[in-house]
Design a protein around this ligand. Structure first.
Ligand SMILES: Cc1ncc(C[n+]2csc(CCOP(=O)(O)OP(=O)(O)O)c2C)c(N)n1
Ligand SMILES: [Mg+2]
Length: 565
């Protein structure tokens, strides 16, 4: 008997079984998520494996805290969320640190938390935890796909929500039975990749009003924040500065949007500029603690504010806003630049304001210069940072954390490009630096990554240097070691209890990296400093340079106490 002829179109499509883990990863990839950092275990083993199989760059970390910080900074560096992968219960709880850091900085990231089987809910299942509730305060979106079929829907929604409007963290809770379920791939509807976020323009009338307000200022000031960096609006910001000839200063992570060596940068006169400006243009910067809330005594009474922000609800925070510019930084700066083309206005260079800014900047620079050239031993911060400054390639990405270490580095280590400085940020988080450096090294393998760490800051996540060694990421970790938090002691006194801020005296942190095949250097003198840093920065291996400084070394004397309003 002849076999009946089968019409191909009429056959059922071949069944392609796919498990939840694979579907999660394919959906993430479809949505442009390229990096995943985490720690595997039950029930997320399969997700880590699928990530590697399907071509997402996966780094296994040593603590979810660092992995979650790293995922957040991927969002800042790329504009697409990084993914943190955590097991149920304690793993997910550790990763909340990164959700909170991303929340405070307004960075997109996605946390995927494994969860216990849904059919065991309420029984006291292994690591059963109220994970969605725990994530909630720090995320724009938290959801739990109730079946394998709906995974792609939720992942598209999560990625879109994290990047659209004001960026932020999102959380997806994935129960073990959903991760391990299988389905025919042909039956799954994959939503298309969500497009890049819309870039709304400001109301045209506000553009005119903003320029009028700047024209009416006697002592104008532009403050460039990391919102402008996040929006990739550096070219537009540079054009705006060139057209207007206004004085500017950056917030810590707004550094580099316009290069620090630009002639209109008056960063060295920061306090003077803030105190005396009569009109401030907040270019993607918030009036939070970093900018002293915009209030006296740090700002002038009655200062007039032009505020550019993607989030309408940010307008008017702490100080009433005279001109709101709500929308995307790149769009709005383009609008402003076009209006300026027609108008032709720029701020005069011969004003009393410029004279006082230059004078104040020169005084401060002279004081800092003296400290940078001081060869006294044990060394101070400035001497060490000067050497790092001179050795860093112009496009190096700099991760910085610590108290004095970070604060002083802000004024001494220049940035020339947007998103080039990654620090403790709006949340003031210690322990971010190593995760940030690892993320930067995989996102930008072509660039040098330098992490400048206070010894305390380093200790929060020091074990993560193993990740750098395992993945051959040639990061230079520099530890500015003063034996403690803001400084420790130089000798133990048997008659006194150890101060709370003290850590081990002359701790040999550089040896940590040698356990994993990296290179460690210990520096105590000015003579060794330059050559050792140079060797370490050129080394193709990850290195730690542990530099001992005077435990009593301090910043330049400040006019205002820290956090003074
Ligand atoms: C997660 C977290 N815990 C604690 C703090 C409080 N804190 C602020 S700075 C700092 C460490 C400062 O010491 P170090 O990193 O050694 O820098 P130094 O000022 O000594 O140069 C600590 C613990 C914090 N900001 N974040
Ligand atoms: Mg210290």
């Amino acid at each position: 008997m002849a076999t009946p002829k089968i019409n191909k179109e009429e056959t059922e499509p071949e069944s392609l079984p796919v498990d939840g883990a694979t579907l999660i990863v394919r959906s993430l990839k479809e949505q442009g998520v390229e990096y995943m950092f985490g720690i595997v275990g039950v029930p997320v083993f399969g997700i880590g494996a699928a990530a590697i199989r399907e071509g997402i760059r996966y780094l296994g970390f040593r603590n979810e805290q660092s992995a979650s910080y790293a995922a957040g900074v991927v969002g800042y560096l790329t504009g697409r969320p990084g993914c943190c992968l955590a097991v149920s219960g304690p793993g997910m709880i550790h990763a909340i640190a990164g959700l909170a850091n991303a929340w405070a900085n307004r960075w997109p990231m996605i946390l995927i938390g494994g969860a216990s089987d849904t059919f065991q809910n309420g029984r006291g299942a292994f690591q059963e935890t109220p994970q969605i509730e725990a994530a909630r305060p720090f995320v724009k979106y938290a959801a739990r796909p109730e079946s394998i079929e709906r995974i792609p829907f939720f992942i598209e929604q999560a990625v879109r929500t994290s990047t659209y409007g004001r960026p932020g963290a999102v959380y997806l809770d994935l129960p073990s039975d959903v991760i391990n379920d299988r389905v025919d791939a042909n039956q799954i509807e994959m939503p298309p990749r969500c497009p890049e976020p819309p870039r709304p323009h400001a109301e045209p009338e506000s553009i005119t009003r903003a320029i009028e307000a700047l024209k009416s200022a006697e002592r104008p000031l532009v403050i460039i924040g990391k919102g402008t960096a996040y929006a990739r609006a550096e070219n537009q910001a540079r054009t705006f500065m060139d057209k207007t000839k206004l004085p500017f200063l950056p917030t810590p992570m707004g550094k580099g949007v316009v290069p620090d060596d630009h002639q209109q940068s008056i960063a060295p006169a920061r306090s003077h500029a803030l105190e005396n400006a009569d009109v401030v243009f907040l270019m993607g910067a918030r009036l939070n603690w970093i900018l002293h809330f915009g209030l006296p005594p740090r700002f002038a009474e009655g200062v007039r504010i032009i505020q550019m922000d993607i989030a309408a609800e940010e307008i008017g925070t702490n100080v009433p806003t005279e001109v709101p510019l709500v929308g995307d930084a790149r769009s709005i700066l383009t609008q402003l630049n076009q209006a300026l083309d027609q108008d032709g206005w720029s701020y005069a260079s011969d004003t009393e304001w410029w004279r006082s800014l230059h004078e104040n900047a020169a005084q401060n620079q002279a004081a800092v210069e003296a400290m940078m050239n001081d060869d006294t031993e044990p060394m101070g911060y400035f001497r060490v940072l000067r050497e790092i400054r001179d050795l860093m390639p112009r496009d190096a990405i700099l991760c910085c954390e610590g108290s004095n270490t970070m604060d002083i580095s802000r004024s001494v280590l220049p940035n020339y490009e947007a998103r080039q400085r990654l620090d403790a940020g709006s949340f003031g988080t210690m322990g971010v630096g190593i995760g940030f450096a690892l993320a930067a090294a995989v996102v930008h393998p072509e660039r040098k990554i330098v992490a400048v760490e206070g010894d305390s800051a380093f200790g929060f996540s020091g074990m993560e240097v193993e990740v750098a060694c395992r993945h051959n990421l040639p990061i230079t970790f520099v530890i500015v070691n003063n034996n403690g938090i803001g400084g420790g002691i130089s000798a133990y006194d048997p008659d006194r209890p150890l101060p709370a801020s003290t850590y081990t005296i002359n701790a040999r942190y550089e040896r940590v990296i040698e356990a994993f095949g990296g290179k460690g250097y210990y520096v105590t003198s000015v003579k060794e400093l330059g050559p050792t840093l140079k060797e370490a920065m050129e080394d193709p291996k990850p290195c730690i340079v542990n530099i001992m400084i005077d435990p009593r070394a301090q910043r330049k004397p400040q006019k205002f106490r820290w956090l003074t309003r």
